[in-house]
Structures are given as C-alpha cells and as structure tokens.
Write a protein that binds this ligand. Structure first.
Ligand code: NAP
Length: 248
C-alpha cells in the first residue's frame, strides 16, 4: 500500500525537495502552496513521472478554512493521510525587535505556528487509532534559529520556531499511544530563496565560514532527514530533534 503524505509549502525549497524525495520513496503526495502555481504544477509533473499519485492544493495554511478544505480535498482525491510534513514558513526583512510591528509579528506567528497546529489537528483526526485511524507520522520543520535566537536578524521568526520545538515535544507525548509519532527537523543555513525574503539572498555564503562543516546545506539534505523520520526506520523515535545544520 502506498502511503499518503501532505507537505505544506512545497512549491519550492525544502518542501519541494521533500515532495520529490517522498515521491521517489513510493508515497502519493499532496503538494501545497500559496502563490507559486507554476512551480507547484511543474513539481507535480515531476512527482507523477516518478509514479506518485499527486495532487496540488493552493491553500493558505495559516487560515482555518484553508486547512480544512485542503484536508477534505486530500480525503476525496487520495484518501486519509499517513504522513504530514509541516514545512510552510516565512520570514521578513532583518530587523531589531524594537522596530517590529504587531502586524509583522502576528503574520509570522500565524504562518509559522498556527498553521502547524491546524494541520496537526486535522492529521490527528484522521491518523489517531482513537478515531479509527491506522496511525501516522508527523514531521515539523523548525530551525536552528530556535536554538540561536537569531538576534539582530529576526527574533520573531526564531521565536516562532521555538514554539514548534515545544509543539513537537508536547504533541509527541499526547498522541504516542494513538499510533502517531511526532518529530522535528531543525535545518540551518540551507540554500533556498527564503533568505531573499529576509533581505539577504547571500546569507548562507556570509555565514558559511562559521559552520563547522564549512558550507551551507541543500534542500535535498534536509529532505533526507525528513524522509527518515517519517519512515518506519524511525519507528522508535518520537519527540526528537534532528539538527541538519552542518554542526552549528
Ligand atoms: P522557501 O523556499 O521560502 O519556501 C517556502 C514555501 O512555503 C513556499 O512553497 C511557499 O509557497 C510556502 N508558503 C509560504 N506561506 C504559506 C502559506 N501561508 N500557506 C501555504 N504555503 C505557504 O522556504 P524554505 O527555505 O524551503 O523553508 C522551508 C521551511 O524550512 C520553513 O519552515 C523554514 O522556516 C525552514 N527553514 C529553512 C531554512 C533555510 O536556511 N532555508 C533554515 C531553517 C529552517 P509559495 O511559493 O507559493 O509562496
């Protein structure tokens, strides 16, 4: 039986690499995105060419109705999901806390935190053996920033990732006896377009000298860690954090 996986924010970057990796590993997948229809459609074609039944859902995961509709669409087109990768995330231009507006902070929190809660909620309703489900696996994509705090860059973003670490720990305990594992990958310094949104497209190259492995990481390296945590190879791991950050 092919497993069904939802990867939020998978039109590009780490999400796209994870979608392709899971398609290669034999999953059927739902690609979710917000704006980038062309990239999502192109990725879907690539995933289909690897044999994966693939659907594409444009949905703002920070919105409750968007998440509910997305899960209903997956139920109808693929079936109840087995795996959830909470990956969609944003950051804004580097700024000190003293200059941040409530609008900016709330947007970061709703996209990076509320969305993870909402997708976990809908996934648990379908996965939990308390609700008649057959269990499942959730991976939350946090960040090395939850450990460093990202002072002088984006403490709001780092704080949102701290919340994801806590969500992972608490939820893993809450659903452990319902057949669901919840784990976390914490990437750091990965070559994606996200750094452009932070106002510094070459951030990884600026920092790479300080990274023990001496280089930035690729989205595929993060996808490999996510794929392992989702898989039965990680069957005795829940509530854990896998740092994919070159030793920093
Ligand atoms: P990215 O290249 O900027 O891609 C972000 C993805 O999220 C895009 O597919 C985007 O869709 C989607 N998205 C944004 N807001 C959304 C929303 N409200 N609803 C649905 N989809 C939404 O980011 P990335 O670098 O791959 O990062 C992926 C995850 O890894 C994030 O959680 C990020 O915090 C984390 N991370 C990244 C790094 C790094 O160095 N890159 C390091 C640590 C952690 P559209 O393209 O359609 O807008």
């Amino acid at each position: 039986m092919r497993r069904i996986a939802l990867i939020t924010g998978s039109s590009r970057g780490i999400g796209a690499a994870t979608a392709l990796r899971l398609a290669e590993d034999g999953y059927d997948i739902c690609i979710n995105y917000l704006k980038n229809t062309n990239a999502a459609q192109q990725l879907a074609m690539e995933a289909k060419s690897k044999g994966a039944k693939t659907i594409v859902t444009k949905a703002d995961v920070s919105k409750e109705d968007g998440v509910e509709e997305m899960f209903e669409h997956i139920d109808n087109e693929l079936g109840a999901i087995d795996c959830l990768v909470n990956n969609a995330g944003i950051l804004f231009h580097q700024m000190r806390v003293e200059d941040m507006t409530a609008a900016r902070i709330n947007r970061i929190l709703s996209t990076n935190v509320t969305s993870y809660f909402l997708c976990c909620r809908e996934a648990i309703k379908r996965m939990s053996n308390k609700h008649g489900g057959k269990g499942g696996s959730i991976v939350n994509v946090s960040s090395a920033a939850s450990r460093t705090g990202a002072g002088g860059e984006y403490v709001d973003y780092a704080s949102s990732k701290g919340a994801i670490d806590t969500l992972t720990k608490g939820l893993a305990i809450e659903v452990a006896n319902e057949g669901i594992r919840v784990n976390c990958v914490r990437p750091g310094y990965i070559y994606t377009d996200m750094h452009k949104d932070g106002g510094e497209p070459n951030r990884v190259d600026r920092i790479k000298e300080q990274i023990p492995l001496g280089r930035g990481g690729s989205a595929e390296e993060v996808a490999a860690a996510i794929a392992w945590l989702l898989s039965d190879e990680a069957s005795y791991s829940t509530g854990i954090f896998l740092d994919v950050s070159g030793g920093k």
